[in-house]
Design a protein around this ligand. Structure first.
Ligand SMILES: NC(=O)c1ccc[n+]([C@@H]2O[C@H](COP(=O)([O-])OP(=O)(O)OC[C@H]3O[C@@H](n4cnc5c(N)ncnc54)[C@H](O)[C@@H]3O)[C@@H](O)[C@H]2O)c1
Length: 354
């Protein structure tokens, strides 16, 4: 299965291929004469070594985990590339989860002022989200993904057979983004998740939604903000728990609370909120807060959200499952502080285990 991604500012369109075999050796060899396969230490022995043998490239691996998505890791990788004689005729293959695709993508974007990049996502989240749309970058002491750039790949290759080794918790993290895509743009996709339909179809539909949004707004000045549904609260929870809640767990709670806000604004019906709650639980998301949060801390943290204006958070809203609101062309809106507090109190009461 194939999708074509047409980004207006990009000189070329590129393919997102969804299949079940690594390889594509012939195509890859047409891109460059030298390959830097960048991955983490979990994916390296699973898929990196065989791909490197097949392609005849060099394998570069760094320790897994969000804490290694840093400028330091980027610099180490760049130095290793120079030491191994990689020049402008090289290609970076980003093989792994979203940490790898973000970091290796950023390496490709700046190495020798930019060399070809091929995304080979191996986590569900990277397949349906991180590898599509061109956002690359690293974290810094001032926040997540604060340093980076938009750099489109030459191709995105999804080998679904790699999902067999993905831990259950990581599958759940990826399902959250599929559910989010359903909520903002496709009731059909949401229903497929509810019914536990086949994963290949859901991945295809999810990639289609993400790429169509990015095609319309590569630089997140409008419609791309929809992809942030659930993330205003989700990111704040991630930060306040010092990342003890995973991204997926935090965004799942964010989806629920932001849907609750839509209900309180009279946009969404109560039955839809219950369906959202149930589908998240059914897909292994615990929907539990480790402790009660101070409302002020949550509000202060949300003031740093990228959609915030004058340090007031703005939220994406849905008025039905599969239908989001445009608000002119801002795709997000301010919500009265008392209502945000109501939503946060609700989450404290409903989801806190202490
Ligand atoms: N660029 C974007 O548009 C975008 C969008 C969403 C998320 N992201 C970024 O993606 C990152 C999260 O991605 P993630 O959830 O994939 O995390 P991750 O890259 O840390 O992967 C999760 C874990 O799964 C392991 N793994 C990956 N594939 C595997 C496989 N096939 N078998 C066994 N283990 C495997 C990894 O080694 C890691 O331990 C975050 O840094 C986030 O900021 C970027």
């Amino acid at each position: 299965m194939k999708l074509i991604c047409n980004i207006p500012s990009s000189p070329h369109s590129y393919e997102i291929e969804i299949g079940s075999r690594m390889g594509h050796t012939q195509y890859l060899r047409s891109l460059a004469s030298k390959f830097a396969i960048i991955t983490d230490d979990i994916v390296a022995p699973l898929y990196g070594e065989s791909l490197t043998r097949e392609l005849g490239g060099h394998l570069f691996s760094f320790p897994h985990g969000e804490q290694y998505k840093t400028r330091t890791t980027k610099e180490l990788l760049e130095n290793q590339l120079f030491e191994k004689g990689f020049g402008r005729d090289s290609c970076v293959i980003a093989l792994g989860g979203g940490v790898v695709t973000d970091l290796a993508g950023y390496v490709a974007a700046t190495y020798c002022r930019g060399i070809p990049l091929v995304m080979m996502p191996t986590s569900l989240l990277a397949m349906v989200d991180a590898s599509i749309g061109g956002k690359t970058g690293v974290n810094g002491p001032y926040g997540k993904n604060m340093i980076g750039c938009i750099y489109q790949p030459k191709k995105v290759l999804l080998d679904l057979s790699t999902l067999k080794s993905l831990p259950k918790k990581e599958v759940a993290n990826g399902m959250v983004e599929i559910i989010k895509h359903g909520l903002i743009a496709s009731c059909k996709l949401f229903e497929a998740v509810e019914q536990g339909s086949d994963i290949q179809g859901m991945i295809f539909e999810s990639c289609r939604i993400k790429k169509e949004i990015v095609e319309q707004d590569e630089r997140e000045n409008g419609k791309r903000r929809l992809l942030n549904f659930g993330h205003t609260i989700g990111h704040a929870l991630e930060r306040l728990t010092h990342y003890s809640l995973s991204h997926g767990e935090a965004v799942a709670i964010g989806l629920l609370v932001e849907s609750y806000l839509s209900v309180k604004l009279g946009l969404l019906d109560q039955n839809s909120l219950e369906r959202i709650h149930n589908v998240l639980l059914k897909n292994g998301l615990p929907l539990q807060l480790p402790s009660r949060f101070s409302l002020q801390n949550l509000l202060d943290t949300m003031a740093w959200d990228k959609k915030a204006q004058k340090r007031e958070p703005r939220f994406v809203m849905i008025d039905a499952i599969g239908s989001s609101l445009a608000y002119g062309s801002t795709y997000c809106t301010h919500v009265e502080k008392s209502l945000i507090k109501d939503g946060l109190e609700w989450v404290n009461d409903a989801l806190c285990c202490h």
